[in-house]
Design a protein around this ligand. Structure first.
Ligand code: FEO
Ligand code: CA
Ligand code: CA
Ligand code: CA
Length: 527
């Protein structure tokens, strides 16, 4: 038997678990035929990759994208839209910018939020939203074209109209978009960017008192900009060619993580979206007209009953008792879904549809309130495979834990061959701590692939490790499936201070950490 190094031992563990899943027994010392080799967990401040993969930084925080604008902070969702499907190596890359670390971005370092200046708030506002970047492949490598006339930023200051028949809190548009976490693509090539933890910026209105209630972690933007909380928490559509944006009220308001669109044969749309907070719900919108994101019905999932519950004011007496009208129901979607009996979930994050069998996969990150620290991926099978069905069955697709070698699944993407790639999002303050045994074995956050076929079929294989305190977010594939675009978000987030940085990624030395988007090459070769 060859010497069992730590790495080969971990590979062996992965293979053992894979064989347990696929029902095959692989004896110790078996050497895998596949090129795919798991890497062990890492606690180093490095972006590590499995053999056969390599990466380059495409763009990082503060890089100029035009003469006036810079790439924002904490990049998340990515999506590449080619100009022409027949020339898939040239187009626009959309990137979400979710939130800021004030220490790095506005240099606000004070426990008293009232001391944050308007200028500091504006600096933070400039660093969230999204970026549109002309991106093309030349000589096999992807490059962002700086100063391309199509490059632009959407920020927390961009005026964005509501797509709805009546004003929201008296206004027809919102000041900007923020908390842009994951997203989706429409069949007509626009981007859906989801406003997740909006309450950090403008708080949330207390239903009983009508007063603004700041979040526990509070950016205090309302101190200088009196924008209503109800203007945030929506799914926002952006046309990458023009930058034109709109907030889709019909999809409801919550901490939207993602918006995954399925077009039905008759052109109507189904949009799945999760509310990423503990014990919140999964939703789907079914349009009543082809291509509409404003006309249709929104449903919340009861996984207990296997039913989609309509959030329809006109048809639900319980909603008529508690809400003013349909707009009120949509603004308070969480409460409405709760009153209808939707099933609380363990933080529904990204959603992807399995191209092989049509199942809807929902990453459930974790829920410490019910003792679920490591999360799982939920599988929803719509009745008769119809996405507009109102009944479904559900089951666990993959459970986190030491047997599967991962914890806290978050963002997912299928490659063109049907392999599932997903990232982990363990709580940064709990990683690499012996007193947090749920997370300790997994070390830094990672990227996994679940092969569709072959000896590792169905089993997560760790193929990348993130730098210290970072999370991989926003995985998406280039049209040819050869490149994975991946965000590296919040490296060094738990640095003790600006003088005691926990990460210097990606520039190294004593440099400040910078969130960045990387292009990972070789993904089509290894699996
Ligand atoms: Fe922004 Fe739920 O991750
Ligand atoms: Ca996420
Ligand atoms: Ca995804
Ligand atoms: Ca997350």
């Amino acid at each position: 038997m060859k010497k069992l190094t730590r790495r080969t031992f971990l590979e062996f563990l992965g293979i053992s678990a894979a064989s347990a899943f696929s029902g095959h027994y692989l004896p110790m010392g078996h050497s895998p035929i596949s090129k795919l080799k798991a890497i062990p967990p890492s606690e180093l401040d490095e972006l590590q990759l499995a053999d056969g993969l390599s990466y380059e930084v495409l763009i990082k925080w503060k890089d100029n994208i035009s003469k006036k604008e810079k790439f924002g902070f904490n990049n998340d969702y990515t999506a590449f839209i080619p100009f022409d499907k027949n020339k898939p190596d040239d187009g626009l890359l959309w990137v979400n910018h979710e939130y800021v670390d004030p220490r790095f971005v506005s240099h606000f370092i004070n426990d008293d939020i009232s001391k944050k200046s308007k200028k500091q708030v504006e600096k933070e506002m400039d660093n969230v939203g999204g970026s549109i970047l002309r991106t093309m492949k030349k000589d096999g490598k992807w490059k962002v074209l700086k100063n391309d006339p199509l490059n632009r930023r959407i920020t927390a200051k961009t005026d964005i109209p509501f797509n709805w028949s009546e004003p929201i809190l008296g206004k027809k548009s919102a000041m900007g978009t923020l908390a842009n976490c994951a997203g989706g693509i429409t069949p007509w090539g626009t981007i859906l960017t989801c406003e997740e933890n909006y309450d950090l910026f403008y708080g949330e209105r207390d239903r009983k008192t009508g007063q603004r209630k700041p979040a526990d972690y509070d950016y205090g933007w309302y101190l200088h900009f009196d924008n209503p909380p109800e203007h945030y928490g929506w799914v926002v559509e952006v046309d990458p060619m023009t930058g034109a944006a709109q907030k889709h009220i019909a999809l409801g308001r919550c901490a939207h993580e993602s918006a995954t669109v399925k077009e039905l044969e008759d052109g109507r749309l189904v949009v799945y979206s999760g509310d990423d907070s503990v014990n919140q719900f999964l939703y789907k919108f079914i349009s009543s007209k082809p291509g509409s994101l404003s006309e249709g019905t929104l449903y919340a999932a009861s996984t207990m009953m296997g039913k989609w519950l309509p959030l329809k004011y006109d048809e639900q007496p319980v909603l008529q008792k508690l809400f003013k009208d349909q707009t009120d129901v949509l603004i308070r979607m969480r409460q409405a879904a709760k009153f209808l009996g939707a099933t609380p979930l363990d933080r529904p994050e990204d959603i992807e549809i399995n191209p092989a069998n049509g199942d809807v996969l929902v990453a459930l990150t974790n829920n410490s309130t019910v003792g679920n620290y490591v999360g799982s991926i939920l599988k929803i099978s719509e009745k008769d495979g119809q996405y507009d069905a109102l009944e479904f069955t559900s089951d666990t697709f993959l459970a986190g834990g030491e047997a599967t070698n991962f914890a806290c699944p978050d963002n997912m993407a299928f490659d063109p061959k049907g392999n599932l790639w997903f990232t982990s999002d363990m709580p940064g303050s709990h990683m690499n701590r012996a007193d947090k045994p749920y997370y300790f074995p997994f070390k830094n956050n990672s990227l996994f692939v679940v092969p569709k076929e072959g000896e590792h079929a169905g089993m997560p294989i760790r193929v990348a490790n993130a730098p210290t305190h970072a999370e991989f977010t926003g995985p998406s594939f280039s049209p040819d499936g050869k490149t994975l675009f991946l965000s590296v978000q919040h490296p060094g987030e738990f640095s003790a201070s600006l003088n005691e940085l926990s990460s210097h990624w990606p520039e190294g030395g004593d440099r400040m950490p910078k969130p960045a988007v990387v292009a990972i090459y070789g993904v089509d070769e290894v699996v």
